[in-house]
Design a binder for this molecule. Structure first.
Ligand code: S3P
Length: 441
């Protein structure tokens, strides 16, 4: 199988309805929460990508069985601290920061020693942001250089904590919530606002949680050691996967698309808010609410009149995985766009801020950088003719997919390495592009 793809033509105009894969954040959370519920949970529309399959493999290694049925997965939980691993078990989170960080928080009570490893990209990422609060709960953790491998051995003598999460990281917030659920007493977390799937799932599962919103922070209180019952859950489409098609459509000529049944939770739609400010036509249709999560069909039309944005940094967290696509839209917008406080972007699967700046300069866009702030000088008539080769991006799936969008919308002759990277979040990505009419070899 070829590991690289070539794109030599823009995508012809299209008018289609599509469905993207299920939400990755919700899929991982649903599996992990099912693994500590009491009884058999049934999860339908689970995303079947490497990150989620690795989540299933990890819970299996920890002694939790699951079965794939025709339309759903059954997960057999034994309640809080119901894992039963062998001593010195090694678990592998692969490429997934979410899995790696969240699973540690569910192991703070285990009496066995567990070693967490990951792939080359995950092994470069910071784990101190998780081990710091988990140590406060009382867990014993060994890690060199604040990165993987991390060894954890839980303790029976857990305590609740007071914690301030100031980055706006849903992974840190969720790790604190999961650890609090396994600890006695009440834990208080003051968390800068970020995606809130965990809080909504806690409410749905009746795990005692109180939330008070104060400006850009949420004050979260969790009462620990309350067993919860198994559950049924159905996962909607992923806004982060939809984002590539939204931007492709905006930047292409005479096209329109409807993306059906997408999770449009308020804490995830920073991309849409940014694109609306840039004069795009995006409409939510068929709005529904499912277990606290908002879903809708997203309708998008090509736009000839995109304008620049002075992006408020309080949108960064709700657009964190989509910012690289916003930069691409800014490249084709009229005027100079500014984005600020982008430090977190360099802590993702690859240093996405550095790579995005290189990428934009490569396609002829002027970018000025001042530490973690950037200015993008848009060119509305951007039309690429040259050859481009995308390589050495640590197989970061979002860089791969963003490069495909750039190639199909802006032209040029592209070779893009490591197509396997899409297997971690969105294996159907290239198939959907081909159905829209893209010529990809
Ligand atoms: C995620 C949170 C985000 C995001 C990641 C998934 C989650 O990371 O980038 O893709 O599911 O909680 P941070 O919380 O570290 O910003």
């Amino acid at each position: 199988m070829l590991k690289n793809i070539s794109i030599d033509n823009k995508i012809p105009p299209y008018n289609k309805k599509i469905q993207v894969s299920s939400d990755k954040s919700l899929s991982i959370r649903a599996v992990l929460l099912a693994s500590q519920a009491v009884g058999i949970s049934k999860i339908s529309n689970l995303l079947e990508s490497e990150d989620v399959l690795n989540t299933l493999k990890v819970i299996k290694k920890l002694g939790i069985n699951y079965k794939k049925k025709k339309n759903y997965y059954e997960i057999y939980g034994f309640g809080l601290n119901g894992y039963n691993p062998k001593n010195n078990t090694v678990i592998n989170a692969g490429n997934s920061g979410t899995l790696g960080r969240l699973i540690l928080s569910l192991l703070i009570k285990t009496d066995k020693k567990i070693k967490l490893i990951g792939d080359k990209s995950l092994s470069k990422r910071d784990f101190s942001r998780i081990t710091k609060p988990l140590r406060l709960f009382g867990a014993n953790i060994n890690s060199k250089k604040n990165s993987l491998p991390v060894e954890i051995q839980g303790t029976k003598f857990l305590r609740p904590i007071n914690y301030v999460e100031n980055i706006g990281s849903a992974q840190i917030k969720t790790a604190c919530c999961f650890a609090a659920m396994n600890s006695p007493g009440k834990t208080f977390i003051r968390a800068r606002k970020s995606r809130n799937h965990t809080e909504l799932l806690f409410k749905y599962l009746k795990i005692p949680i109180k939330i008070k919103s104060i400006k850009e922070f949420d004050l979260i209180e969790i009462k620990g050691l309350q067993q919860y019952s198994s559950f049924k859950y159905s996962i909607p489409g992923d806004i982060s996967s939809s984002a590539f098609f939204i931007v492709l459509t905006l930047l292409s000529k005479n096209s329109q698309i409807t993306i059906q049944n997408v999770n449009v939770n308020e804490t995830r739609i920073g991309l849409i808010k940014i694109l609306l400010k840039m004069n795009s036509k995006i409409i939510f249709k068929n709005k529904r609410v499912y277990n606290g999560e908002k879903t809708a069909d997203i309708f998008v039309k090509s736009s000839k009149t995109l304008k620049s944005i002075n992006c408020p940094s309080n949108l960064n967290s709700s657009a964190i995985d989509e910012l690289i696509l916003c930069f691409l839209v800014a490249a084709k917008a009229k005027g100079i766009s500014t984005f600020k406080d982008l430090g977190e972007l360099n802590k993702k699967e690859s240093p996405r801020l550095d790579i995005s700046i290189k990428f934009l300069r490569m396609i002829g866009i002027k970018v000025l950088r001042n530490k973690n702030d950037i200015k993008i000088y848009g060119k509305p008539n951007l039309d690429l003719k040259k050859k481009f080769h995308i390589k050495n991006f640590l197989k970061d799936h979002r860089i791969f997919m963003m490069s495909c969008v750039a190639a199909l919308a802006l032209g040029g002759n592209w070779k893009i390495n490591d197509k396997d990277s899409i297997n971690t979040p969105f294996p159907k990505f290239l198939d959907i592009l081909k159905k829209l009419g893209a010529n990809i070899k």
